[in-house]
Write a protein that binds this ligand. Structure first.
Ligand code: BES
Ligand code: MN
Ligand code: ZN
Length: 486
């Protein structure tokens, strides 16, 4: 999709469709009023006839409006008051869904909706993300259609100079779509080896260096926690290390680390069968890291980023770990595995140690579909944010607000640590039935001492169930904004 900026009048712009707005009191935007005048009051008549009420994201398509250069007018409701973040994104998604298939270009007269809180550049950025969303469909494992689906060629923004915002939004949109694609891939294709291949493909860009650590090498290094999960599968586990180099090598990188369990059966602590297929999404933390790398490569910010993925399949097998096993992590700390279904923290802890020891990162964010408890607490709206570092919390909350890729801070106090006590090892891998999302974060915190660190539990936000089942691409938008603010 191309993005252009123009100052043409709304009635004169040549396009397959022009998009203008009306609010819930029936007030047309200035651009809509121009079209109304040129068409002998056609838009006001539609409002008076009750065809549209002006509710947030309501749409009315009007083809062949006389006196207008564009082939169609899409009238969109802007709601009661100046749209807030959530409503703005609803409006843009409705606009993109309605117009993205038109052959030719789509003109958007939306700049009047901008406010101090949501400036025009923010609207433009979100517009590009909305069009990326609208263009995404998972087709990889379906029979190929004879014709490629149509897509609009260009979006023409009627307003100020927002070119850089479009570049940023397009990069984030592509990153999100990449994350969705990886998340949606079936687990017989999307294995740790396949994820490693994705990382190698991204290395075509010289700003990225990739290194793959395989399971045997990791066992040799002493990554016993990672190995205890990976060894139960005949698909070999991998830790994938991608270094994005945007500035001087002397500058410490910011580390992001994604959980990449390509399928989580629970292992010997086997999960119930219902909806077990959804455990293919247990690599969505990894997918968000890949999506973020993709966006970084498009935007080339002057920062260094250490992007890591820790990937394995969690299977029951003769050579799988058992409840009661004690393993030694890469840090030297021992772990009693009381439940093999708490595997995410086991693969993450060794990757955290590896990253810290070898690359001395300035900060770390890990992203993981870690606990059902977090999903129960926050649903599909907010990702869980855990950190004891107030700066990290602030930075992530700021980026989350800006991108509408929301987070909610949950406790990570030392008082919870004792729930991980074990009689047989330095810690257990589960903390019992209470505060499950927090005890998982407490476990990880023991492997990040000395480095500013935050944990995002995306179990509820990384995919949707039901009819619209699929990966969401979250929290790519949050991560990209967080890193760009560095
Ligand atoms: N991948 C799951 C967490 C999960 C569950 C994500 C449901 C999304 C939906 C994780 O590996 C897991 O199994 N966690 C256990 C931990 C428990 C054994 C302490 C859980 O949440 O039940
Ligand atoms: Mn599990
Ligand atoms: Zn899992």
């Amino acid at each position: 999709m191309k993005y252009q900026v123009s100052q043409q009048a709304a009635a004169e712009v040549q396009a397959a469709c022009i998009v203008v707005t009306i609010d819930q009191s029936g007030k047309l935007s200035d651009a809509a009023a121009v079209i109304d005048q040129a068409s002998d009051g056609f838009l006001s008549k539609r409002y008076e006839a009750g065809d549209i009420k002006g509710k947030t994201a309501e749409t009315l398509l009007l083809p062949g409006v006389s006196g207008i250069a564009a082939a169609r007018v899409l009238l969109v409701g802007s709601g009661k008051e100046t749209p807030n973040t959530t409503n703005a994104i609803k409006i843009l998604n409705a606009v993109a869904a309605a117009t993205s298939k038109y052959e030719g270009s789509v003109a958007l007269a939306l700049s009047e909706l901008a406010s101090e809180a949501l400036p025009e550049s923010w609207w433009a950025e979100q517009t590009a993300i909305a069009y990326a969303h609208a263009s995404y469909k998972f087709t990889e494992t379906k029979a190929k259609p004879e014709e490629e689906p149509k897509q609009a060629e260009a979006v023409i923004w009627l307003g100020g100079d927002v070119d850089t915002a479009f570049l940023k939004g397009s990069a984030i949109g592509e990153g999100i779509n990449f994350a969705k694609e990886l998340g949606n891939m079936p687990p017989n294709i999307c294995t740790p080896t396949w994820l490693a291949e994705q990382a190698i493909s991204l290395t075509a860009d010289s700003a990225l260096e990739t290194m793959i650590l395989d399971q045997e090498k990791l066992a040799e290094l002493g990554a016993g926690a990672f190995y205890s999960v990976a060894k139960g599968s005949s698909e070999p586990g991998k830790i994938i290390v991608m270094q994005y180099k945007g500035t001087d090598a002397s500058e410490a990188p910011h580390m992001i680390l994604g959980k990449g369990i390509t399928f989580d059966t629970g292992g010997i602590s086997l999960k119930p069968g219902l909806k077990m297929d959804e455990m293919k999404y247990d690599m969505c933390g990894a997918a968000s890291v890949f999506g973020t790398v993709k966006a970084l490569l498009a935007l080339k910010p002057k920062i260094n980023v250490l992007a890591m993925v820790t990937s394995a399949e969690n299977m029951p097998a003769g050579h799988a770990s058992k409840p009661g096993d004690v393993v030694t992590s890469l840090s030297g700390k021992t772990i009693e595995i009381l439940n093999t279904d708490a595997e995410g923290r086991l693969v993450l802890c060794d990757a955290l140690t590896y990253g810290i020891d070898n690359y001395k990162p300035a900060s770390i964010v890990d992203i993981a579909t870690l606990t059902g408890a977090c999903m129960a607490a926050l649903g599909e709206v907010n990702s869980g944010l855990f950190t004891q570092d107030e700066d990290m919390a602030e930075q992530l909350q700021t980026a989350a607000k800006y991108s509408n890729d929301k987070v909610w801070r949950l406790p990570l106090e030392d008082d919870y640590q004792e729930l991980l006590d074990s009689n047989f090892a330095d810690m257990a891998n589960i903390g019992g039935p209470l505060a499950g999302a927090t005890t998982a974060a407490c476990f990880l915190s023991r492997f990040t001492e000395g480095t500013p660190w935050a944990h995002l539990d995306i179990a509820g936000t990384a995919w949707k169930g039901g009819a619209a089942k699929g990966a969401t691409g979250r929290p790519v938008s949050l991560l990209v904004n967080y890193l760009l603010n560095k």
